[in-house]
Write a protein that binds this ligand. Sequence first.
Ligand code: ADP
Ligand code: MG
Length: 342
Amino acid sequence: MADSRTELSQLGEFGLIRRLASQVPFRHPSTRQGIGDDAAVLDVSTQSLLLSTELLLEGIHFDLSYAPLKHLGYKAVVVAISDILAMNGEPAHLTVGLGLSNRFSLEAVDELYAGIYAACQQYGVELVGGDTTASRAGLVLSISATGYAESERLTYRRGARANDILCVTGDLGAAYLGLQLLEREKQVFLENPADQPQLEGHEYVLQRQLKPEARLDVIRQLRELNVQPTAMIDLSDGLASDLLHLTGESSLGANVYEDQLPVHAKTYLAATELNLSPVTAALNGGEDYELLFTIRQEDYQTLLDQTTDVSFIGYLTNEPGQVNLLTKTGEAVPITAPGRTA
Ligand code: ADP
Ligand code: MG
């Protein structure tokens, strides 16, 4: 953080909003009025409008002792637009609700918005409004995202059919292990502030925790390949929990092959060091923000040939409630998620 500190009271709420508005880095073609009036004005075409909200509270969803504000801003946008992508939509606009205690200076808010604006630029979404207020206890960040999709392309959790193939983007479990490493180092620091953090070699999993990416690339690729997923959900709570949502909503079962779960070599490395199971991290660790979706069998070859970052991890069955992991040793182990039953 820079040495200089400007109190927010020097600018006042309107001064702060004017400053934030002057830096908006991306203008969406459907925006008629962005920040500055009583409400944003957005053109809605013949497509369906998608709308989703995320609420993030300091001490519950993030810890500023290791999450830099810039990364937090970026991640909050990623989390919000990931929900739009999971409906097979193209993200378009954001609004940001901000609660700030007097612990936060103008420089701190600038850092947060630098991250928000970097993500706007990355994903081609425009910040069109928000609200700003004082908070007594820490930082409150609420992000709403809009998006568009042609109604026939919308993808719900409930659309899967028996024998559809279960696909997942990217790799799993890294964000969870990144978090475990950060928590470990925080405890070490609290006990002995002179100790140096032991995080070298773990850049990949740390990045996956602190600055995840949303899979707009895969959504666009599926559209180009003319592959319509039958069901989709984004992986925020972990594969087990999110798969149970998808199979539950679709009234089906699923078999997942343990040896097909995509786990990065650096995730194995971190799991070994922390004495944790990489398979458990892949199944139950959250915050990967990858996409879990199902396709018809006839689309399998197209995806196999034309995509590089999609894994085929199993298939759906006609047995509602039967969601199993087929282990490397050939057993079928029921997949469960803490706090919910299949
Ligand atoms: P109102 O009193 O009508 O709620 P505000 O003064 O709160 O209006 O907001 C003025 C404009 O600034 C509106 O367009 C609002 O959407 C926008 N705005 C307020 N806070 C933020 C924020 N934290 N980020 C982005 N835009 C904001
Ligand atoms: Mg307001």
